[in-house]
Every structure is written in C-alpha cells, then in structure tokens.
Design a protein around this ligand. Structure first.
Ligand SMILES: *[C@@H]1O[C@H](CO)[C@@H](O)[C@H](O)[C@H]1NC(C)=O
Ligand SMILES: *[C@@H]1O[C@H](CO)[C@@H](O)[C@H](O)[C@H]1NC(C)=O
Ligand SMILES: *[C@@H]1O[C@H](CO)[C@@H](O)[C@H](O)[C@H]1NC(C)=O
Length: 491
C-alpha cells in the first residue's frame, strides 16, 4: 500500500515538473495553476477596480441585461392576503467593457469576486417591482454570486425569498385557478439605457412544485415595454398558474352537505302529526349547513361576488328551507283537516244548538245557552264557544270555590265579529284560557291530504336536488377539464 502511495507521488511530481517545463499549460487539480508570469486574481481585481468609475457602461446601444430564474421552492399561497411565497435563484448577466481584464496578464478567463465588490461596480438595479417583501438569504453570509469574465461580462446571482401578489379570482372557488406573478424592471434605467431580456430558458423549476392546497400547473413569461413619464421601461413578467386541489372541499364541504340534505328528507317519512320531530330535523339541518358554510368561508377574503361554493351552499340551504316550507304547508293542511273532522262531528244531533255557515270550517256560536249544557258540551266535544255568550253570573258557576278555574276550553273566535266583547265583559272574565288546539280556518284547502303532500315531496325534492347537482357540476367542473395544462418540466 505505502509502496503504491510513494510510487504515485513520484509519478505525479514528475508529471507536474514535465508540464511546468512545457509552459505550464495543464495542472493536476480541478483548478489550473497559473504560470508565475501571470498576475494573481487579487492584483487583477484591484487593477481593474482602481481605474473604474461606477457609471453606466459606455456603449452605443443600451445595456442588455439577461435574466433567468431558478425556482427553488414555493411555500404558500395565501388567499386572505392574496400573495404567495417563492424562493428563487435570480440571475442577471450584462456586459461592462470597463471591467474587462483580457488585456491584463491573466491565465484565468473568469474571476469569482467577493460580494463586497458588487457595491463598487455598476449594476442595472433590476428589481422585482411588485414584490411585497424580498429577502436575500443569509446562510450564514449573503447568498450572492458575482463572477467577472475576462471580456467584461458580469454574472450576478442572488438567492431570494419573495412574497409577491396573486391575482385572486375566487369566482370558481373551490375549482379555481390562480395566477401569481413576478415583475422585473430596472428601477433606475429606462429602456434607452437598459434593456431587459429573458434568457433562452427563462424559468427553471428545480423540483416539482406543489403546495398543500395548490398544484403549480403552468408558468409563462412575457416581455413588455411600458410608457412612464420619463420614457419607456422594459418589463419582464413571469406568471405562475396554480390549480386548487379541491379534494379537501369535497371531503369537508360537499359530502357533509349531501348527507345533511338527505337527512332533511327524513322528515317526509314522518307522519304529519310529528311536528316537533320534523321541525327538529329541519332546523338542525339548517343550522348544520350554516355552520359548515361559515367554517369554509372564514378562511377566504370577503369578496362581494358569488363564488361556486356560495351557489352550492345557498342552494343547499334553500333545499332545507324548502322542506321547512313543505312542513308548514303540511301542518296547515292537517290542521284544516282536523278542524273539518271536528266540525263534521259537531254536526251530530246532540250539538244541534250550534249553527254553521256553509258546513265548512266557519263556526257560529250560540248566544243563549244553558251554562251546564255548554260546559258538558265543551268538555265532551271541545266545541269552541264565544266567551261573550256566557253571562257573568253563569260564568261564576263554572268556577270551583277556591282553586284554579276548571279546565274549560273557552275560545275566542275572531272570525265572528257580530258581537264584539265589551271592556266590562273582558274585565269580569277569569284569565282567558287559550285553547291550544288550532282555531278553525275559514277556508282550508281541503282537496289535499297531508300524507299525499309528503309522498309528492319525497319524489320532488330528490328530483329537484339531482337537477341542481347536474347543473352545478356541469357548470363549474366542465371548464376545469377544458383547460389542459402541459406538465411542467423540472430539473
Ligand atoms: C485608467 O484608464 C485610463 C483611460 O481609460 C488609462 O489611460 C490608464 O492607463 C488606466 N490606468 C490604469 C492603472 O489602468
Ligand atoms: C471560468 O473559466 C474556467 C476556465 O478558465 C472554466 O473552466 C469555468 O467553467 C469558467 N466558469 C464559469 C462560471 O464560466
Ligand atoms: C464574454 O465571455 C463569456 C464567457 O466566455 C461569453 O459567454 C459571453 O458571450 C462573452 N461576452 C461578450 C460580449 O463577448
């Protein structure tokens, strides 16, 4: 082993000496060792900079600045602040003949300079004009690369962390596509002095970019010349297109609302009399939807236009609201029907004293009735009686001597205004007993049966909801299939 080492050592020293003899054209290492006659890098840099004034390079034409970016990463796209964060390696290349050192005795064709020299040379002052926040990474020193070529070409590269705006359009949320852009401009020089150009491959992705809720599907670069008060200025733009991953919203919004809507239809299967149960189902569905809706919208900016999610949620809430309206209708119908049944029963000969108009729901109450008969009649049949028809002395007879009034079902019929109550009568009456049973309706829609309305609803509501779904998904999903983004190439 050691013999091998010594052998190698002698061989290399021999080779180096041989090469040095032949004017030192090639070194052994990666870096070529310069012949002693040539100047050191430090001397070259000092010489070049000693005779250099930091001015726009002298040239007939404007200085061409070539720009290129390498995208390292993108970390977030925030809808509330409508911006995104991106890490880029930003390269600028321009030619400054005053920095050329080809005439000096140098064996190097390029020199990697220290960052501090960047302050001493002219720069096009290219900036990202739309950035909200820019930071040069310091890990641990500034991540800046500065290479000077012998012909005077300067290559500067910065590692930047940027926060730049997105053109937020949430009309199709959560099936939306967002565009975020970076705009490059020379801050100091107009296009007469500095021209900006994209390099042949302007944007390179160093890896596949995907955020938790977005995929970067595309990017495009653009060049424009803008007219400002002090001349034309070159502007380079790169627009990144992000497509939202809507899986989260399918799981968190669409599936739960489907379930809620289906649950709200359970009330159609309950009998019309189960009013509390049906109300509970309807109201809790409504509350669940409202809560889900609020939960999703709380992470979005308060835009005033209608989003796809709004259409969905408001549609679903209207469907649940529809079930409540149906419930109210069924309730009304069944109340009418029960009143009709009651009135039919009252038509029996025993309560012939009551007079009915048209045989419908309208009630005419007798004016002169024996109190006892009336009480019996009330207790047995639940007949509604106008209180004014009872004279005060008779009324006292219903009262127990000491204790609450008997459970009489007095009822004030508001429809029969033939003889309104006087103030005196009202004052002399015991506290009015309100009949919890529904009051008779003048004209009820007796044609419908409450059960048949439920049967109709259990077909109509799902049908209408299916129609709504077909329209909704067709309208909002078809454009996302139309736009086929080419796969983004990355290194
Ligand atoms: C500085 O530049 C001037 C003209 O550009 C030249 O005459 C002079 O020799 C230069 N000096 C050095 C030290 O290079
Ligand atoms: C600098 O010049 C050397 C030759 O002297 C070459 O091998 C190297 O690739 C150059 N570096 C750059 C960054 O162009
Ligand atoms: C200067 O040299 C570099 C590297 O050799 C080359 O890419 C560039 O085009 C040259 N620029 C000019 C203006 O000749």
């Amino acid at each position: 082993m050691s013999r091998l080492w010594t052998k190698g050592f002698f061989l290399t020293t021999f080779l180096i000496q041989l090469l040095l003899l032949f004017d030192g054209v090639e070194g052994k290492g990666k870096r070529r060792k310069c012949p002693p006659s040539s100047w050191s890098e430090g001397k070259i840099v000092n010489t070049v900079l000693s005779n250099y004034t930091k001015m726009l390079p002298e040239a007939e034409d404007s200085v061409m600045v070539n720009i290129e970016i390498h995208v390292q990463d993108m970390s977030s796209l925030n809808e509330l602040t409508s911006d995104f964060k991106i890490e880029i390696l930003f390269t600028q290349l321009w030619h400054d003949p005053a920095l050329a050192f080809a005439h000096l005795p140098s064996c190097k064709r390029n020199i990697t300079m220290e960052n501090k020299h960047l302050e001493n040379v002219w720069t096009p002052n290219t900036c990202i004009i739309n950035s909200k926040k820019t930071m040069i990474h310091q890990s641990p020193a500034d991540n800046v690369m500065f290479i000077l070529y012998e012909n005077g070409t300067v290559w500067v590269n910065h590692r930047l962390s940027l926060k730049a705006p997105c053109l937020l359009d949430l009309r199709r949320f959560p099936f939306d596509v967002q565009n975020c852009e970076l705009i490059f401009e020379s801050y100091s020089h107009n296009s007469e002095e500095v021209e900006l150009h994209w390099m042949k491959e302007p944007v390179t992705l160093m890896k596949q970019i995907s955020l938790p809720d977005f995929d970067m599907v595309n990017f495009r670069t653009d060049k424009a010349t803008l007219l400002y008060p002090n001349g034309y200025w070159d502007q380079l733009t790169v627009v990144f297109t992000f497509k939202r991953r809507y899986g989260f919203y399918i799981i968190q919004a669409y599936v739960p609302t489907y379930l809620t809507i289906i649950v709200s239809w359970v009330s159609f299967c309950m009998e019309p009399k189960a009013l509390p149960a049906r109300t509970t189902v309807g109201i809790s569905s409504l509350l669940a939807l409202t809560f889900q809706f609020g939960n999703i919208l709380k992470n979005l900016p308060r835009v005033s236009y209608v989003k796809a999610m709004d259409v969905w949620m408001l549609g679903c809430i209207s469907f649940v609201f529809g079930t409540m309206v149906e419930l109210a209708f069924v309730c009304y119908i069944s109340r009418c029907a029960s009143n009709r049944d009651k009135t039919n029963r009252r038509e029996s000969p025993r309560s012939r004293a009551a007079v009915y108009a048209n045989g419908g729901c309208r009630t005419r109450t007798p004016h002169h009735l024996n109190g006892n008969v009336m009480t019996d009649s009330l207790m047995r049949n639940g007949v509604s009686v106008r209180e004014s028809s009872v004279d005060p002395p008779q009324r006292d007879a219903y009262r127990l001597p000491n204790g609450p009034p008997p459970p009489l079902h007095f009822h004030m019929t508001t429809f029969d205004v033939a003889q309104p109550l006087t103030l005196e009568q009202v004052g002399g009456l015991p506290p009015p007993f309100r009949d919890p049973s529904p009051s008779p309706q003048p004209d009820c829609i007796a044609r419908f049966h409450p059960e048949s309305i439920d049967k109709l609803s259990i077909v109509c509501f799902p049908l209408a909801f299916t129609m709504f779904n077909l329209f909704y998904w067709w309208y909002f999903l078809s454009p996302t299939f139309d736009q086929d983004f080419l796969p983004v190439p990355h290194e």
